[in-house]
Structure formats: C-alpha cells, structure tokens
Design a protein. Sequence first.
Length: 291
Amino acid sequence: MSEAFDKLTKVVAELRAPDGCPWDQKQTHESLKPYLLEETYEVLETIDQNNPTKLREELGDVLLQVLLHAEIESEQKRFTIQEVVQDLTTKLIRRHPHVFEPHKNTRDTLNADQVVTQWEHIKRTERQKANQPTSILESIPLALPALQRAYQMQKRATRVGFDWTEPQQVIDKLDEELNELREATIQTHVQPTKDTSSGDRSSRGPSPEVEHEFGDVLFTLANMARFLKINPEDALRKATNRFATRFHYMEMQAATAGQDLHTLTVEEWDHLWEKAKKQEKLNAQGNSITS
C-alpha cells in the first residue's frame, strides 16, 4: 500500500511539474472545487447503485482531488500529503481512546451513541485549547446542501439534550408547520400564473411569509428524518432518481404509441405513471432474483 501510494503522489507531482500536463499545471484550489464536489456526488451515486467495481474507480477519482490540493500546498512549501496523512492518523487515535492505548480496555463498555458523545467532548476540548469557538454547531460547513445542513445541525443539537422525546411530537410539529404554510398561502393569495415564455407555471412573485413557512416545513421534515434514522439528502436523491426513471419510461411509452406529451390529458399521464411504477417494481424484483 505504501509503495503504491508513494508512486501515485509522484505521478501527481509530475503532472504538476513544469514539463507535465498543461491542464494540471494551471489548476488552483478554486478551480478544482467543482471537480471535488462532482467526484463526491459520483461516489454517492455509485453507492446507491451498489456497484463495487465502479465505486473503486470513483474513490480513486476523489483521492486524486485530495492529492492535487495537497500538491498545490506542497509547491508553496506549506504542507505535504504525508503531513495530511500523519495529522489524520494522530487525530483518529486521539479521538478513539476507547480503542487505542492506554484506554483500550474500555472498548466493550461504550456503545455507539456514547462513542459519539465522547468524540464531541474531545473536539470541544481541542477547540478550547486552540482558543477556537466551542459551539457544537461550529464545524458544520456552510457549503453543505441546505437539507443536509439542517439534518446535521439537528443531530448536533441532540447531543446536548435539545431533542423531542417521542416521534409523535415531531409529527405534531410537522402538522403545525403545514397548517401555518397553508394559512400563509391563503392569506397571501398565492395564485399560479402561466409563464408564456417557457410554458412553466410560476407564482406572481416570491412571498416572504410563504417562503418562511415552507422553510420551517423542510426543517421539520429533516428533523423527522433524523428520528426515523433516515438521511434526508439520500432519501430525496433516491426519490428524484425514481422520478427520473419513471418519467423516462413514460416518455418512451408515449413515443412508442405515437403520442405527443404536450397533448396528454391528466388521466393519460396518471395511466402512464402507474405503468411506470409497476415496471419499476418488476425491475426491482428481477434484480433481486438475479442477485
């Protein structure tokens, strides 16, 4: 492993060298940001597809992004990839005292939730020593997708006791927020209008009240996901993928029948949608049998 990793770092350094690759040479932290995000999402998609071979490839692409960022810093004599690895190793050992000496004998006395609590306590202690902000919410990245950030924020808050005690309380809160959204929609008289330029339906303009209440509904749904032990970002991504698969199926069915999508009635759309759902179930059963 060490030999392979050393060879890889040398390859990346050669790509960045004066006689290396013109594209790699001109990259900066800023220019590489979209690629790191894109490669990360490709890993998530491959995990959803349960494709180990593809996952191996995509993890390599993410590793390349890490190495490129580290090489840029190495060129400026600020730090190297070896220091990144060493820092991570030290941190993992420091934050797992129940696994590594001298407290290894406590491993069997801690459950997963207690390990998380211990991890947060160690992080707060580290921040205090470094004179950094000690809020339990401090290290949640602002750049996270909004739904994921809401989910992570609520998870963190529960670690200090700010939480519901029963799932029904979250459901009641969701009902409350939905009612407030319904009232705000009625009071502001939001009516859809036809956008003749694009053919899409859009409101007359954004309503701060409706947006506020809609945000509260989403935030509460993220909290419900946490209670149900569901990652809302994963759930929404999978739901969106299902929609795309079903819609593609409907497009093919309509094309086979010689139908123009723009002329379909509501009933015809519903019929195609139900066919798509049935086909999805058949495909899932077929995959289960073959696996």
